[in-house]
Design a protein around this ligand. Sequence first.
Ligand code: PLP
Length: 309
Amino acid sequence: MVRAATGKFEFISFHRDFHGKTMGAVGLARLDVSQGLRAPGFFLVPRAYCYRCEFRQTYPDCDLLCTDYIRTAIKEETSGRVAGIVLEPIQGWAGSVVPPDGWIQRIRAICDEFGILMMADEVLTCMARTGRMFAMQHWNTVPDVMTLGKGFGNGFPVTAMLVADQYKEIIEKISASTSYGGNPMACAAALASIEVIEEEDLCARASHLGGILLEEMECMAARHPIIGEVRGVGCLLGIELVKDKGTREPFEKAGQLVYQKAFRKGLAWIPAGHILRMSPPMIMEDDMAMKGLGIIEEAIYETERELGY
Ligand SMILES: Cc1ncc(COP(=O)(O)O)c(C=O)c1O
């Protein structure tokens, strides 16, 4: 769609973003050995991950130097025919990494300057998870293309690609159909999810629940030598474990132990590397969510003891 709309064919995406496992999506992300070579025309650039800035800068003094690098990449690495810049507004798989204010807006400006379409992958962040219907709303930025999934069907397998009004004809032009696209039952499930999110004001619920969890996580960070950073927006949260708060060396072993210990205590959650990721159901009661976080803290205490902290 983006290629047809722009007549260009290259793509830029960001380090550690994840967009799925089909061939095109794989080309936008970190490769592993089973995935072979990146398809031509796909370029990756550093992302604003301020806790581990690849340019060793500090926000906001950096004035978002990382976004200047996108210009360099367009000039030096691509043939100048970039069709789309693809991003996760908030990184999921990489560890609930929230970009600083201004990053998304700068990328929007670069897209406008170079006639590139901005593609926001909201598969994980959509439908109130971050306290807004779409995470892009946190930065008042409208992308040209957006993908939705996960909470969109609230358990029913349905995804969607949205395009800005001026590109809707392109969808017809490229016959963008699939065997099951537009399936009525899937559409009904998505519509029902939207209705519930709106009726029950789940955006407010996600903000509230994420807010109390993050507040407690900040207290935990002060209590624990192995917690380097806590972060999150709404119900998309992360705790980054480090060997030393000064060096910020990632602590994979601790992440594995905390994950396993909490799991054995009854917490069903996402396997971790050195970042503990949490995306609790937005409808979870406050005390249940705090109990879950309590289990995580117990597991952190036990891990610290086991690893000699
Ligand atoms: C941000 C993001 N994009 C895309 C995908 C892939 O979605 P699917 O599994 O529906 O292909 C995921 C899955 O985890 C995701 O988190």
